[in-house]
Design a protein around this ligand. Sequence first.
Ligand code: NAP
Ligand code: MG
Length: 489
Amino acid sequence: MTDVTLSQLDGKLFIDGKFIEGRGGRNDVKNPARDQVIGQTAETTVDEIEQAVTSARTAFRQWSRVPAKTRSQALHRLGDAITADAQRMAHIMTLEQGKPLNEAKGEILKLAEACHFYAEEAVRVLGEIVPNDQNGYQSQVIREPIGVVGAITPWNYPAELIGWKLCASVAAGCTIIIKPAELTPFTALAIAEKVAEAGIPAGVVNVLTGKGSIVGQALVEHPDVDKIAFTGSSAVGLQIQRSCPTVKRLSLELGGNCPLIITQSADIDAAVKGAARRSFRNMGQICIAINRIYVARPLYSSFLEKFAQAAGGLTIGDGLLNPGADIGSMASADPLKKTHEHLADALDKGARLITGGKAPEGDEFAKGFFFQPTIVADCTHAMKVMSEETFGPLVGVAPFDTLEEATTLANDTPYGLASYVYARDLQEIYQLSAELDYGNVAINNVDAGIMNAPYGGRKQSGIGYEHGREGLLEYFNFKHIRLHHGAGA
Ligand code: NAP
Ligand code: MG
């Protein structure tokens, strides 16, 4: 196993291209699989926040003007540096987040992929010439980078959710200050090491640790931060929107409560496989996790039987000892507590426990936040498991009789991030694609996001997009230049 030490990142901030010893108080970071302290972060002070914003502002003047090709090359170098160190970076992520090592490595490699994707997009940001209704005029629409970006990110995907913001900022010519989740700061600092190694100029990327309510909020309120790119809960997203003291650009990727509809025409084995993957992967701590499943009544009991088998077959493990496990520890006590609450609420209100419902047994699991993949059936929307985001390895199932009923139930939520369908009938597929009120609809698969298509929610799931060209455009202002040149008048 790679020898990984966190001492070079302990208590550090990354400001103006250098790792500095944070001057603020310290917060413990734990390995959630063992409830063991692995290191400490520094609470960024007011002065250090100022230092980072000044550095990002100064760097912006240069970085926004260098040729796109130079920014593209920098991102390719960053992608290469991350790939070369993927095993160590994955180890750091598993240590602080709890997901199995192989999965953490997959996430690091996807971060590298994002670097290369946005490196390629950087040189393809074009403008437009727009027709005028008088001769002798020309309207150009050009794109200019927004400025200094504050990125605030959660702990469930500690590398990718930083990566999309970082890569788009760097590609566009923006500069960025990243405030990672308190639970997973070392992955962010490890990314900063790669930024330095890739020779990205000082101040273009900065990482500040500390509490969201203090350090994150300070970025939100800072007049010299031009945009906030946030991924996290809808409650904090709304708080950010409400507390901006000046007009600011915002991208908010928020919570979900994602449905899966399995129609009578579905390939039931494919649906079972998809349901097991997307309900329990990353211990259900995914904004696009399947929260609730609606099954055509004729398939209901056979689906439950096969789904219980698939869930029971998933391996659970300490992510470092068992790198290939399907499921690791949850990231902290909070999502585990919420999972217990939603389960108790469902059982109280008449749901049937199909499988799971408790922690796995054994020494390996004694200290960590482990929980078995859990399925409850005969659920109604009076139950939290169906109406709120659980963010844990618990899923509710209910039967339906008509497609209209399934669509109404699926859309009966304030959220609109992702939805899933298993069906083979073309008419059903088209009807559901049209009627599901979600930013992403995945049909006969459960991977709603790909790197080169826009990814984003609607309603209380947020505003703006990541991934794809659309994700890059979020980091630009448009400028209309109307020129009277007089030719041809
Ligand atoms: P969270 O509590 O909203 O925290 C997210 C980030 O915001 C953390 O860095 C947090 O810092 C910071 N923060 C907290 N209060 C803040 C404030 N007042 N001002 C500025 N920043 C503040 O979310 P979470 O519990 O970490 O993550 C789970 C949520 O994220 C779920 O709802 C999930 O659906 C959502 N999510 C959405 C997507 C998507 O793409 N739509 C992807 C992944 C996750 P601290 O850690 O220091 O508190
Ligand atoms: Mg939180």
